[in-house]
Write a protein that binds this ligand. Structure first.
Ligand SMILES: Nc1nc2c(ncn2[C@@H]2O[C@H](COP(=O)(O)OP(=O)(O)OP(=O)(O)O)[C@@H](O)[C@H]2O)c(=O)[nH]1
Ligand SMILES: [Mg+2]
Ligand SMILES: [Zn+2]
Length: 305
């Protein structure tokens, strides 16, 4: 391999046997930096394995045709399965306040799933134009008690997005996740206006989105920052060990990590153990208890098999 012609790249899109890869170069933002690539040898293995968001090494770079070959996959910081994306720095859980209706348990599941990736998690509520103004502060306070300070937005107007856009520019690779029809793509189109991705109205009949976004793609916001729009999907809770669940709830995590609260037993699950010192008076405690129950059941089932 001729090292002079080797460059580092970021996979921004994947389709059939091809990838779009942006060449990463210090300082210069090449206009012609998006290359159509195939991966070297062992194609079927790598094909499945290389994800959008992966960093790769490119060779055989043809600047005229804008093609190259992926030689190697570089180490990942993290990845998620559904949707399959690598090297996420920040997760934005997006939900509408209405149409589709806000489901607290579904939203909580999305947040918990996101927290299990160990990256920064934020909450955005869209369609604020569909509810009366006095409900905004009610919702803000509710989710603040969950440990999040939601941005409550209407994407019908443009004027509330300045801060969010500024914030997104400071993140390397943010991902928008949430159910179908909540406005993920609408938001992305507002943040990066020139990409013009398709959106569609929520079905009045089924009161749900109709999965307009089907592909996973990284969109560039600034030289160093990307955003991933994802198709809306119903969450499938991954198995989480009982002892790991408390740290996915900021309501517990803050007590343990910030305030140093300790229970008598190190393996306390904060249900009804003697010497449990955590404050359980928070709204989502019932969700916590359900998760512990489900996780224990799954644990027993797998042991029985
Ligand atoms: N009233 C109102 N409608 C909105 C708002 N944001 C988005 N919408 C509408 O909601 C519908 C769905 O928006 P999309 O952006 O396609 O939703 P999505 O989350 O990308 O959906 P999928 O791609 O299916 O996952 C569109 O008709 C948007 O115009 C908002 O703040 N207020
Ligand atoms: Mg979409
Ligand atoms: Zn405890």
């Amino acid at each position: 391999m001729n090292l002079v012609s080797v460059k580092k790249g970021l996979v921004t899109k994947k389709f059939n046997q091809f990838f779009y890869v942006d060449i990463i170069e210090n300082g210069t933002n090449l206009e012609y930096k998006r290359f159509l690539c195939k991966s070297r040898k062992n194609i079927t293995y790598q094909q499945k394995y290389i994800l959008v968001g992966d960093k790769v090494i490119l060779s055989e770079i043809n600047y005229r045709d804008k093609t190259a070959v992926i030689e190697t996959l570089l180490e990942r910081k993290n990845f998620i399965n559904r949707p399959a994306v690598a090297n996420i720095s920040d997760i934005y859980i997006i939900h509408s306040v209405e149409h589709p209706k806000l489901s607290y348990s579904q939203l909580s599941d999305f947040l918990i799933n996101a927290e299990s990736l160990n990256v920064n998690v934020s909450l955005i509520l869209t369609k604020s134009d569909l509810i009366p103004l006095e409900q905004h502060s009610y919702l803000f306070e509710k989710f603040k008690a969950w440990g999040y300070e939601p941005a409550i937005l209407s994407l019908i107007s443009n004027d509330q997005l300045k801060n969010l856009k500024y914030e997104l520019k400071t993140k390397k690779c943010s991902i928008f996740m949430g159910p179908s029809g909540v406005g993920k793509t609408t938001l992305l189109n507002k943040i990066i206006p020139n990409i013009k991705r398709a959106t569609s109205a929520v079905s009045n009949k089924i009161k749900r989105g109709i999965n307009t976004t089907r592909n996973i793609e990284l969109f560039q916001l600034s030289r160093e920052s990307y955003i991933v729009d994802t198709p809306g999907f119903n969450i499938i809770n991954n198995y989480i060990k009982p002892k790991d669940i408390a740290l996915l709830f900021p309501e517990f995590k803050n007590q343990i990590m910030l305030n140093g609260v300790r229970c008598k037993f190190r393996d306390c699950l904060h249900i009804d153990e003697p010497g449990c010192n955590l404050n359980k008076k928070f709204e989502r405690y019932k969700f916590y208890k359900n998760l512990i129950r489900d996780s224990k059941n799954l644990c027993h089932q797998t042991q029985a098999n």
